[in-house]
Design a protein around this ligand. Structure first.
Ligand SMILES: [Co+2]
Length: 472
C-alpha cells in the first residue's frame, strides 16, 4: 500500500477507473510479470537457498484444477522407517501436499513443521555497517524483535501466503473478469491460507488482510478497491493492473505489490518500476540515509522510456507517493521514502521494517484524489468508544475497533463480517473526524502506471526481503 506525502492532500477530483471504452480484443496471454521458475508452490516456498529442488514434482499443469491439485504423496522415507531408502535420500521434505487453485489449503497443512522459507537474505554493504548511530541498548531491543523465532516464523508465513495467493492471481486472472471477483478471490485466498475466516469478533485482528486489496487500473495509480454494490469494472486486455494486497499475522503486515498486463506494449513500464523497486531494496540498509535511497530509485526509473501506440513516454517516478516503514498494526509508520531526490537526512535503522515500493507513470507523475472511497482507518486521535447521535455509527465503531483496530479496511470487509446498511454510520464517523477515508489516487486520464513493492526486515546481520518470490 502506498503512502502519500503530506503536500497535495486536498486536490480536485478526477474520474475513477470506469468500465472504460476499451474493447477486449486479441488473445489474452499470460501476464507479463516475469517468472523465471516453474512457480512451484510446494513445501520449499518460492525462494531461498534450499538445495532440494530436484525432488520437485510440480508440473504446473494441474494448478487450474482444484480437485486435482490436492495431491498428497505422503511422507517420504523420513517418516516411518519402513520404506526402503532410495539411492538418493531426500532431505527435509516430509510431505508434498500442494496448494489448490483457487488457493484454499491452509499453510499449517502445507508446512506442518512451521519451517517457512526465509525471504531473500542480503548482506549489508560495508559502508552501511561501519557506523551504527543507535545506542547499543536500542539496537538490542530492535534485534530482539526481528530475530525472535516466533516473530520471524510468522512474518515468513505471512509472506508465503502472499506468494501463494499472488501466484494464483498471476496464473488465473484474465481479461473479462471483474475486479470484484479478483479482489474477493484474493481476500478469500488470504483468509483460507491463514486458516482464519475472520468472522468471529476479533479474529481478523489475529491474522488476515493487512489493508484493502488494491486493484488499480491504468491512470489510477493506487488505492482502488471494488466496493460492494458498485457497477462492475471488467478487466480489459490492454489494462495495466496494480495488484497490492497485505497479509498480517498478529499485526505484522507483509505489504507487497506487483503489476500485470496482457499487452507487451507496457513491458518497459513494468521493467522500469521493477528495477526502481529492486534498486531501492539494494540501497536500503541500516544507517542509510533515505535521501540516498530515493536518489538511486529515481535514477533507475528514469533510465527507461516506453513506447505506447507510436508515442514515446519517459517513465516518471510518482512524486507524491512513497515507500514507508511498517509498525505493529500500522501499515504506515513515520518514515517515508520518496522516489525522487530529496534532502531527507533521516536514516533507516536496525530493527525497522520497510515497505520498499515505487510507482512509475507515463502521465504527470503525480496524483489527485479520484471519486469514490478506497478504505477507512482510525484517525490518530480516535477515542476508545464514541457516543454519537446516530446509534448505528456507535455500533459500527465498536465493530471496527474489534475487528480492524488501527488496520485500514474497506466496505467489502464489513460485508464479509455480515454488516449491512453501514454507510450512514461510516459517513458519520468520517464527518466527525473519527475515521479517515482514503480515496483512489489518479494520474491524468490516458496515462499508465505501474507499481512493485516488497517488505524488508532490517535484521542485525542481514536485510531480509521477506516477500521475495520467483515472480518478482
Ligand atoms: Co505499501
Amino acid at each position: 500500500m502506498g503512502s502519500k506525502t503530506l503536500e497535495n492532500e486536498n486536490q480536485g477530483k478526477q474520474d475513477c477507473p470506469s468500465t472504460g471504452s476499451c474493447s477486449a480484443g486479441g488473445e489474452p496471454r499470460g501476464s507479463h510479470v516475469s517468472r523465471d521458475g516453474d512457480g512451484c508452490m510446494g513445501s520449499n516456498g518460492a525462494t531461498g537457498d534450499d538445495d532440494d529442488d530436484d525432488d520437485d514434482d510440480d508440473d504446473d499443469d494441474d494448478h487450474h484444477d482444484a480437485a486435482a491439485s490436492l495431491i498428497s504423496t505422503g511422507p517420504t522415507s523420513a517418516g516411518t522407517g519402513k520404506k526402503k531408502k532410495r539411492k538418493r535420500p531426500k532431505k527435509k521434505k516430509t510431505f508434498a501436499l500442494k496448494q489448490s487453485s483457487p488457493p484454499r489449503v491452509p499453510l499449517d497443512d502445507l508446512f506442518p513443521s512451521g519451517d517457512y522459507t526465509p525471504g531473500e537474505l542480503l548482506d549489508y554493504g560495508t559502508s552501511e555497517t561501519t557506523v551504527r548511530t543507535k545506542s547499543s541498548e536500542l539496537r538490542y531491543n530492535a534485534r530482539r524483535n526481528l530475530d525472535d523465532p516466533t516473530f520471524l516464523k510468522n512474518y515468513r508465513k505471512a509472506a508465503e501466503v502472499h506468494r501463494q495467493v499472488r501466484h494464483w492471481v498471476q496464473e488465473t486472472v484474465k481479461p473479462g473478469q471483474t475486479l470484484a471477483e479478483i479482489a474477493v478471490g484474493i481476500d478469500d485466498g488470504v483468509r483460507a491460507l491463514l486458516g482464519n475466516p475472520g468472522l468471529k469478533p476479533g479474529q481478523s485482528l489475529q491474522a488476515g488482510l493487512g489493508f484493502p486489496t488494491g486493484l488499480s487500473l491504468n491512470h489510477c495509480v493506487a488505492h482502488y478497491t471494488p466496493n460492494p454494490g458498485q457497477k462492475d469494472v471488467v478487466l480489459q486486455h490492454q489494462d495495466v493492473m496494480k495488484v497490492d494486497f497485505g497479509v498480517q499475522i498478529n499485526g505484522w503486515i507483509v505489504d507487497s505489490a506487483f503489476t500485470m498486463s496482457f499487452d507487451p506494449t507496457y513491458d518497459n513500464l513494468l521493467a522500469a518500476v521493477k528495477d526502481a523497486t529492486n534498486t531501492g531494496i539494494r540501497n536500503a540498509g541500516i544507517d542509510v540515509r533515505i535521501s540516498d535511497v530515493s536518489a538511486a530509485i529515481q535514477e533507475a526509473m528514469e533510465s527507461y522510456e516506453v513506447e505506447i501506440r507510436g508515442k514515446v513516454y519517459p517513465v516518471k517516478p510518482v512524486r507524491d507517493l512513497c515507500g514507508h516503514d511498517i509498525k505493529h498494526y500500522h501499515i504506515h509508520g513515520e518514515k517515508t521514502i520518496p522516489f525522487i531526490k530529496n534532502s531527507i537526512q533521516t536514516k533507516m535503522e536496525e530493527g525497522e521494517i520497510f515497505a520498499i515500493e515505487t510507482f512509475g507513470s507515463t502521465g504527470r507523475g503525480s496524483t489527485r484524489d479520484g471519486q469514490g472511497v478506497y478504505g477507512y482507518g482510525l484517525s490518530d486521535n480516535a477515542p476508545e468508544r464514541v457516543n454519537l447521535p446516530l446509534s448505528s455509527a456507535n455500533r459500527l465503531y465498536k465493530t471496527i475497533k474489534e475487528n480492524f483496530g488501527t488496520l485500514v479496511f474497506c466496505r467489502r470487509y464489513l460485508d464479509h463480517l455480515g454488516c449491512d446498511r453501514y454507510l450512514a454510520g461510516l459517513n458519520c464517523l468520517v464527518s466527525n473526524g473519527i475515521l479517515q477515508s482514503y480515496e483512489p489516487l489518479m494520474d491524468i486520464p490516458g496515462s499508465y502506471s505501474a507499481q512493485f513493492e516488497h517488505t524488508i526486515l532490517l535484521r542485525e546481520s542481514q536485510k531480509e526481503v521477506v516477500s521475495r518470490g520467483e515472480d518478482y
